[in-house]
Design a protein around this ligand. Structure first.
Ligand code: DGL
Length: 260
């Protein structure tokens, strides 16, 4: 029976996953860690991403969690096996559930957007092709989106719209009917993507994962508490936390030292 889970990301993107997990599991206790001192992870080497992910997971496991969610596409696509080898609790990533949804495409073509490390890993393609080898997968790294989000630039801002327009310009002609928002920061730009690809279904990786976990675990137990830790304070993080749960006092977000 799940009671308490740990959820981590390099920054504020994992809050989009936390939000979906909270909707699916109202009574679970959750601990969220945002590694804001070292964000972004997406342009780094696999070795560095894995080292950071091990620090993140170890920090959460010291707080007695029953399972860990890597709420980060970059970690999920590059370091999940390493985490599973090292730690003795169930560890979930965001790739599989989203890939299965994408593989149900009707046009036979899907888009994947993510960080450089995620796209380079080929993890989404591999999982989509494991479900259906005939699907055409068009992948693109969008490295400028994470820094914009972390700096509080929202969709609708000319900077955000220009950057998204540049990245997705040729996706429309490609005939995709599903777009995996393969970095957990990206659901915050969902409206910008929808404006550019009005006929495509947006796949929110956190929503897909939360639905699958709910099927596996049922509602779980706990008191519905959420604790927040960051490795460095950020106004954009505080604001998004308040957005997810207006009852959370940003003062309760604790700054943690996580490296061994
Ligand atoms: N939110 C993360 C992801 O899903 C990480 C972004 C980054 O740190 O570059 O990939």
């Amino acid at each position: 029976m799940l009671r308490r889970i740990g959820v981590f990301d390099s920054g504020i993107g994992g809050l989009t996953v936390l939000r979906r997990l909270r909707e699916a599991f109202p009574v679970l206790d959750m601990i969220y860690l945002g590694d804001l001192a070292r964000v972004p992870y997406g342009g780094r080497s696999v070795e560095t991403i894995t080292r950071y992910a091990v620090d993140d997971a170890a920090f959460l496991l010291r707080r007695d969690v029953d399972a860990v969610v890597a709420a980060c596409g970059t970690v999920s696509s590059n370091s999940l096996d390493a985490l599973r080898e090292r730690f003795d609790v169930p560890i979930y990533g965001v790739i599989d559930s989203a890939a299965r949804r994408a593989a149900a495409t009707k046009t036979g073509a899907v888009g994947v957007i993510g960080t450089q490390a995620t796209v380079k890993s080929g993890a989404y393609e591999r999982r989509i092709h494991a479900a259906d080898p005939s699907v055409r997968v068009i992948s693109r790294a969008c490295p400028l989106i994470v820094p914009l989000v972390e700096n509080g630039v929202g969709p609708g801002d000319i900077l955000a719209e220009t950057v998204c327009g540049r990245y997705l310009a040729d996706f429309r002609e490609a005939g995709i009917d599903r777009l995996i928002m393969g970095c957990t920061h990206y659901p915050l730009y969902r409206t910008a993507f929808e404006r550019l690809l009005p006929d495509a279904e947006m796949i929110d990786v956190g929503e897909a994962l939360a639905a699958d976990l709910r099927e596996i675990f049922g509602e779980g137990a706990g008191e519905g508490r959420t604790e927040f830790f960051v490795t460095e304070r950020s106004a954009a993080f505080d604001e998004l936390v308040r957005n997810i749960d207006p009852l959370v006092d940003p003062e309760s977000i604790r700054v943690a030292q996580i490296e061994d």
